[in-house]
Design a protein around this ligand. Structure first.
Ligand SMILES: [Fe+2]
Ligand SMILES: [Fe+2]
Length: 168
């Protein structure tokens, strides 16, 4: 069955949201490069790539269901941050925004009786639980290290090691 046009439009918007998240994490990676925190930088760069895979999951779904993919401009990300804690707070807020976006999509798919879209989105519901948990745990650590360069460098080393552990 061909993808419902309202759902197709909303999924297209979500491709843009995921790419904007990817671009924002890349800007955060660039900030950490400038701050000489290479572990944070590589961790955020890895996460930027992960968000791109999320966009492509939706891209592939729309294509398979015979929908039309419309790519839009990606909004400029914030490039300046006050501290590691500031970055992590904004990253967590962004993940919470994405969770709300996925919830709204799920509700629309339900209203339109788009069962296979709901099934596809259930992966994202699980993923957002992991994402919020992950970012809040790193935010907690960044807060604990806050104001102490040595502790921040230890956390940076931890994140450098964790760079390859990311999934999804
Ligand atoms: Fe995502
Ligand atoms: Fe995410």
């Amino acid at each position: 069955m061909k993808l419902n046009p309202n759902v197709a439009e909303a999924l297209n918007k979500q491709i843009n949201n995921e790419l904007h998240a990817s671009y924002t994490y890349l800007a955060m990676s660039a900030y950490f490069e400038a701050e000489d925190l290479p572990g944070f930088a590589s961790w955020f760069r890895g996460h930027s790539a992960e968000e791109e895979t999320h966009a492509m999951r939706i891209f592939d779904f729309i294509a398979k269901r015979g929908g039309r993919i419309h790519l839009d401009g990606i909004a400029k990300p914030q490039t300046d941050y006050d501290s590691a804690v500031d970055v992590l707070e904004q990253a967590l807020a962004q993940e919470q925004t994405v969770t709300a976006q996925i919830n709204a999509l799920f509700e629309l798919a339900n209203d339109e009786k788009e069962y296979s879209t709901q099934n596809m989105l259930s992966w994202f519901l699980d993923e957002q639980i992991e994402e919020e948990d992950l970012f809040s745990s790193i935010l907690d650590k960044a807060k604990a290290a806050s104001g102490d360069r040595w502790n921040l460098l230890l956390l940076d080393q931890e994140l450098a090691k964790r760079g390859s552990e990311q999934e999804g």
